[in-house]
Design a protein around this ligand. Structure first.
Ligand code: SF4
Ligand code: SF4
Length: 445
């Protein structure tokens, strides 16, 4: 590439230190079966699944233990062979207690697989059914059931399937490892998603800080004219749906609308791998691929973890915390959630466990707003973070709604850049929840 050639990107955004070096060269490792598994019935956006097992039920890895309870829902499979000991409420990564199935694993692990299907001859309907049966959910954070994304409304015109290979959250490297270690599966999953939606244009967006991943994926594409790799500027949040669409297609998703409205469907790299595994290997979505990293963990790793394993057990498997560790986050540092209960289990969409030290956490005190406008400059959606945060603090929800609080994607760029250390996104998130609640109440009334 010519030195002066500009990489595609979006307006705004920030450049936090990447820290990928802690784990990017560590291949995936399969974590052994833990002492106990707690599988939450709600691991996706939408209705929680309904438990199909009870105390004493015997299951294998891959047995369906909870069925989908509506269109936006997904079945759940056991991640181990063992005996159900209880259906109970327990800690969850969201911070709220949630109901789930507790399983004591057997010493001998048996697996139950779905039938194998041929990716070359499978029909679109068979792909959708298999993705539904396998309980696959989006692995980019929101955990939206993938089957629903593969079932667009009648008349929808889709031109692009875009795979998000940006992994723009600092520290996380699991998508990078997927692209390096199994590029053929990534490409096969993308082709299956394209077939399910009858689309003949697939693009994999990869940030410029991952040239090795772009090379591997380009090799796996093998000159297929329907596929291409787009190398994008390394900038947070390049992997957010709207930013990815803008960078790759130059289309803008209007506030309150979906990627589908501009002819695009976005999927995560891990989701493509899960679709391939469900079709070609008969494996359901009961393993979480995640990066355990940060300067507070003894041995950073990229792990394949049985869903339902506690984050405490995952941390222990990585050698435990070192003496400087002060904060555990589920996910990345920009959009992840701080954890206080180490018994909370890993779910299908957990992408990372990050352990930060004092040196990595910003402990500077909050001061008054300096009116510097930096938060406005970096907001990729052109919002007014300082105003939204203030209105949320004052509980002026109607006004906040009028200036687009619900449009905020909670990327945290504003908080990251604020020299006064105002927790802008935290206030905006609270205000957004209140506005959505009000909207629902008004609708019901
Ligand atoms: S207001 Fe929302 S979308 Fe804009 S930078 Fe802040 S968190 Fe991101
Ligand atoms: S970045 Fe912080 S200090 Fe600057 S205007 Fe926004 S809220 Fe105020």
């Amino acid at each position: 590439m010519a030195l002066l050639e500009k990489l595609k990107t979006f307006m705004g955004g920030v450049h936090p230190p990447e820290h990928k070096e802690l784990s990017e060269n560590i291949p995936f490792e399969k974590m052994p079966v833990p002492k106990e598994i707690f599988i939450p019935l709600s691991q996706h956006i939408g209705k929680p699944a309904n438990a199909l097992v009870k105390k004493g039920s015997e299951v294998k890895a891959g047995t369906v233990v909870a069925e989908s309870s509506g269109f936006i829902s997904a079945p759940i499979h056991s991640s181990v062979a063992g005996k159900v000991t209880k259906i109970a409420s327990g800690a969850n990564l969201s911070g709220y207690s949630k109901e789930g199935i507790i399983i004591k694993p057997d010493e001998e692990q048996e697996t139950e697989k779905m039938s194998l299907l041929n990716p070359a001859t499978i029909t679109p309907e068979e792909i959708r059914n298999r993705v539904k049966e396998a309980g696959i959910v989006g692995q980019g954070g929101a955990a939206f059931p993938t089957f629903v994304k593969l079932t667009p409304p009648k008349g929808a015109q889709i031109e692009y399937i875009i795979l998000n290979g940006c992994e723009c959250e600092p520290y996380l490297t699991r998508d990078f490892r997927f692209m390096i270690e199994m590029p053929e599966k990534v490409v096969s999953g993308l082709k299956l998603i394209m077939k399910a939606l009858n689309v003949d244009r697939g693009v994999i967006g990869i940030e410029s800080n991952k040239p090795e991943a772009a090379k591997k994926i380009n090799e796996a594409i093998k000159g297929d004219p329907t596929l291409s790799v787009e190398v994008l500027e390394t900038k947070y949040p390049q992997g957010a749906e709207k930013m990815l669409i803008k960078a790759i297609t130059n289309r803008e998703v209007p506030p309150g609308r979906l990627p589908l409205d501009v002819g695009c469907v976005i999927q995560n790299i891990g989701t493509a791998v899960a679709v391939h595994d469900a079709v070609a290997e008969g494996t359901a979505g009961y393993t979480a691929a995640l990066t355990v990293t940060g300067k507070g963990i003894m041995n950073p790793k990229n792990l394949l973890v049985p869903v339902g394993t506690s984050i405490g057990e995952v941390i222990e498997y990585c050698g435990g915390l070192n003496e400087d560790a002060i904060k555990v986050i589920a996910g990345g540092p920009m959009m992840g959630f701080a954890q206080h209960d180490m018994s909370a289990p890993v779910t299908k969409a957990t992408s990372g466990i990050l352990v930060l030290t004092k040196e990595e956490v910003n402990n500077t005190e909050e001061t008054a707003c300096l009116r510097c406008g930096k938060c406005v400059e970096v907001c990729p959606l052109g919002l007014l973070p300082t105003r939204l945060s203030r209105l949320s603090q004052l509980e002026k929800y109607e006004e906040a709604d009028e200036i687009g609080i619900t449009v905020c994607m909670e990327c945290g760029s504003c908080t990251y850049t604020c020299p006064a250390n105002i927790p802008l996104v935290q206030w905006i998130r609270l205000g957004k929840q209140a506005v959505i609640k009000l909207q629902r109440e008004n609708k019901t009334a």
